[in-house]
Design a protein around this ligand. Structure first.
Ligand code: SF4
Ligand code: SF4
Length: 283
């Protein structure tokens, strides 16, 4: 269990607790103001300057780097932190929320200048809840949307079908807090276009937990096609030229399950992280 499960899930998966999606949390004025401020700052100071700032961080003396990383992680845990979640748990979340909206991805907007509808708002309210207004503040004027506010209400079936397509593209799913523990968003991320993944994986400044799972290969079924290696965003899969099979390093695996989605031999399965000694406790 990650620390959020202990703090916000009473020992169960925190993102499967309906209370963490509550309308009372969504309507908290302080929360809305804090997030608007954050998204404006991201939109203004992102893009190229994000990479420049990360390069500056890497060049800083070791002690300075450690302090900045520690402060960043601490503040993001309070404010906007994520966790990788495989598709079966996304389905469970969709089972109890009442509406889903599809909207523009702020990271891709800032980093690439493109509008991509890879992000989803989830709400206990009907018809998109009040999230359409909240998200409009975050990503205003999304021209690709059928809705003038930049959002699109979708059914659970439509959302799940899109998530499965995103998996084939190699995008992994993650839930996000908006002033922890309130969860309002699920993203479909890849490393080049996601601030959080870059900070977590490339700059040793985690802004998301790994999944509560770890992937494992069934060596008997694997035919060594290496499709799984192609999609893993975390460099967790190696290939044995001698045995002609792939191998997943449990210490590097984030448990997203994307490799499983492209394996035609059904050779990859997710296990509870807690039951894999090499990975338990690595978040
Ligand atoms: S995609 Fe499946 S069959 Fe291909 S190398 Fe990976 S585990 Fe083996
Ligand atoms: S090896 Fe782990 S991190 Fe890589 S795609 Fe598979 S589940 Fe995700």
């Amino acid at each position: 269990m990650c620390e959020f499960c202990l703090e916000h899930g009473e020992g169960r998966k925190w993102y499967l607790e309906a209370k963490n999606y509550g309308l009372d949390l969504l309507h908290d004025v302080n929360r809305q103001q804090a997030f608007q401020k954050f998204s404006k700052k991201l939109a203004v100071s992102g893009g190229k300057s994000f990479h420049e700032r990360m390069e500056d961080l890497e060049k800083a003396p070791g002690f300075v780097r450690r302090v900045i990383r520690w402060k960043t992680v601490r503040s993001m845990k309070k404010f906007h932190y994520g966790q990788i979640v495989p598709i079966e748990d996304i389905e469970r979340i969709f089972g109890f929320v009442n509406s889903i909206i599809r909207t523009s991805c702020l990271c891709r907007r800032v980093l690439t200048g493109q509008e991509k509808r890879y992000c989803y708002g989830i709400s206990m309210g009907p018809g998109g809840g009040d999230l359409t207004d909240a998200f409009h503040e975050v990503a205003p004027g999304f021209s690709g949307s059928p809705d003038p506010k930049g959002n699109e209400v979708v059914t659970k079936e439509e959302a799940l079908a899109s998530f499965r397509e995103h998996e084939k593209e190699g995008l992994c799913h993650s839930v996000w807090t908006f002033v922890t523990p309130f969860i309002a968003g699920i993203c479909n991320c890849d490393r080049p276009d996601c601030f959080a993944m870059q900070m977590t994986v490339a700059h040793d400044t985690p802004t998301m937990f790994r999944a509560e799972y770890v992937a494992e290969t069934d060596m008997e079924s694997c035919d060594g096609c290496r499709q799984c290696m192609r999609v893993c965003q975390f460099g967790a899969i190696g290939y044995s030229a001698t045995r002609k099979i792939s191998h997943i390093d449990p210490r590097r695996c984030y448990g997203c399950g994307i490799c499983r989605a492209v394996c035609k031999k059904d050779a990859i399965h997710l296990k509870d992280r807690a039951k894999v000694p090499a990975a338990a406790g690595i978040w």
